[in-house]
Design a protein around this ligand. Structure first.
Ligand code: HEC
Length: 132
């Protein structure tokens, strides 16, 4: 009886813990999607489908596996003279590390099918090392 009570308490604690993490992850996805719609969807499409040769599709794009590259280019944008398409991507200097973390978490989950929470601390570290 006492043992099963312990098991019950432990499992309640564990599941409480998991759902707090899950909740936070869900929150990242929701906020990430809002940011995506505000700042990215104009060019890259509501569903990440891109626009012909002008704006690359993000859905299924292998670049999403390169977390540092994606973080740096969200923050710093891409200059037209450095873009393959000769189209510039605007920088987002006013986004907080947490905004970028949520955005990249959303992109990885929805457009790369790879659920992985990116944290604000990771973003901060990576931004120190972006190529100029
Ligand atoms: C004004 C249009 C525009 C907006 C807004 C924009 N992008 Fe881009 N993005 C581009 C263009 C153009 C390129 C490709 C540049 C090139 O040809 O090298 C690009 C490239 C990218 C790439 C690299 C794709 C690849 O295949 O290398 C990623 C990832 C990306 N954008 C993510 C985002 C995210 C996330 C946002 C929102 C924060 C965003 N972009 C907002 C125009 C835009």
């Amino acid at each position: 009886m006492r043992n099963s009570l312990k098991v019950l308490i432990v499992s309640v604690l564990l599941s409480g813990c998991t759902s707090a993490e899950e909740l936070e992850y869900e929150q990242y996805l929701v906020n990430g999607e809002i940011l995506y719609k505000q700042r990215c969807a104009n060019c890259h499409g509501e569903k990440g489908e891109g626009l012909r040769n002008l704006y690359p599709a993000l859905a299924g794009n292998a670049v999403l596996g390169n977390t540092s590259q994606v973080i740096c280019l969200i923050k710093n944008g891409i200059r037209a003279d450095q873009a393959q398409s000769k189209q510039a991507m605007p920088p987002n200097p006013e986004l907080f590390d947490l905004d970028i973390a949520q955005l990249v978490t959303f992109l990885k989950d929805k457009y790369a099918g790879k659920p992985q929470k990116v944290t604000a601390n990771e973003v901060k570290e990576i931004l120190l090392d972006c190529a100029p």
